[in-house]
Design a protein around this ligand. Structure first.
Ligand code: MRU
Length: 343
């Protein structure tokens, strides 16, 4: 993030400090988290959000909560298992959450196998969480380098939701490509779709891009088609919450529509994601669990029924390239994804 803002950080006592993203852009307020319940709530309420960042936050939260448990003398293998299951279940679509929590859980299991007791476990879990964060920083940087090469000078990039510094431990994914292109002096501009219902595009993407000096304009989600028809968009780049083995991509609701529109207008559509967002266990996108959010997030008449899926699935056929920390994958994606994940 910019020098003056830390999206996530350790507290001196081992707790975790989060920038409360529900309060942006009006206020920069931080929330301190020291228990599993507090971290679970922060993730569920989207105080911390974005696929890579919720994985990092959950791993750090697990380490922080384990430290308190150790102080009480009640840090056991069973406690770690229960805490890990609780955190991993908070948001079902972003696979990074499950992936990061699993890394911490496996580290704990290995510790108990080797040491037979909890002594030294907190240091090991803290180290694992920090490693997950550090790796994400490096992956974001690599995605930025690979993605910037796809952005011609003078381009207008349309993006959806927030796949930037507020969604990762580092530069972002989709926005990392924009940041690197901007730093390369490519005169890049961004159009940020508002992203109903929680307006991550309007509130968060504009906030961080403006803070970092990248020209950005917000449009209501329904304006994307008209802008494409006018020739005002050169390419679309979005993030991802989970990518299946065939290259189908789950991302914020509305992404699929943008991919259809991009195809109809002959505009390249790219997805950017680190290796931690791929789920090789799932053959295709129809198997990805889609998080349903509460009706309270939408403004409707009292008692009106709503359907509020947080994500949709964009079929691989509509994606011109997947920008990863190991370069840009070209379709068909099956073989390149197997290679990327070393399978
Ligand atoms: O519900 P959110 O705000 O967590 O949704 C986030 C997105 O859909 C992002 O595009 C995705 O997590 C990619 S983050 C680099």
């Amino acid at each position: 993030m910019t020098a003056d803002v830390r999206v996530i950080d350790w507290l001196p006592d081992g707790g975790v400090r989060l920038l409360d993203q529900t309060r942006l852009p009006a206020e920069e307020v931080y929330v301190d988290v020291r228990t599993v319940e507090e971290m679970a709530e922060a993730i569920q309420q989207l105080k911390v959000r974005g696929a890579p960042l919720i994985g990092i936050a959950a791993a750090m939260g697990l380490a922080a909560a384990a430290a308190r448990e150790a102080e009480r003398g009640s840090l056991t293998r069973e406690w770690v298992e229960i805490a890990a299951s609780r955190l991993a279940a908070e948001r079902p679509t972003a696979v990074n959450l499950r992936w990061a929590v699993e890394r911490v859980r496996v580290r704990a299991a290995a510790h108990f196998e080797r040491a037979g007791a909890a002594a030294g476990l907190v240091a090991a879990l803290t180290e694992e969480a920090q490693r997950i964060w550090d790796e994400d920083v490096a992956m974001c940087r690599a995605i930025g380098e690979a993605g910037a090469a796809l952005i011609p000078p003078g381009s207008t990039v349309l993006t959806h939701c927030n796949a930037g510094m507020l969604a990762t431990g580092g530069l972002g994914t989709a926005l990392a490509a924009v940041y690197v292109a901007h730093r390369q002096g490519k005169d890049v501009q961004v159009v940020s779709c508002e992203t109903r219902p929680l307006r991550q595009g309007a509130r968060l993407t504009t906030w961080e891009l403006a803070r970092n000096g990248v020209p950005v304009r917000t449009v209501v989600d329904g304006a994307a088609a008209a802008l494409m028809a006018q020739g005002a968009i050169d390419l679309v780049v979005t993030g991802a919450d989970r990518i299946a083995a065939n290259g189908d991509v789950a991302n914020k609701i509305g992404t699929y529509g943008l991919a259809v529109l991009a195809e109809a207008h002959g505009i390249p559509f790219y997805v950017a994601a680190p290796r931690s967002t791929f789920d090789a266990e799932l053959a295709s996108g129809d198997l990805i669990p889609i998080e349903q959010r509460p009706a309270s997030e939408m403004e409707v008449a009292a008692g009106a029924e709503v359907v509020n899926p947080a994500f949709d699935v964009t079929p691989a056929e509509l994606i011109n390239g997947i920008i990863t920390d190991r370069g840009v994958l070209a379709p068909p994606y099956g073989e390149p994804i197997r290679e990327l994940l070393g399978r």
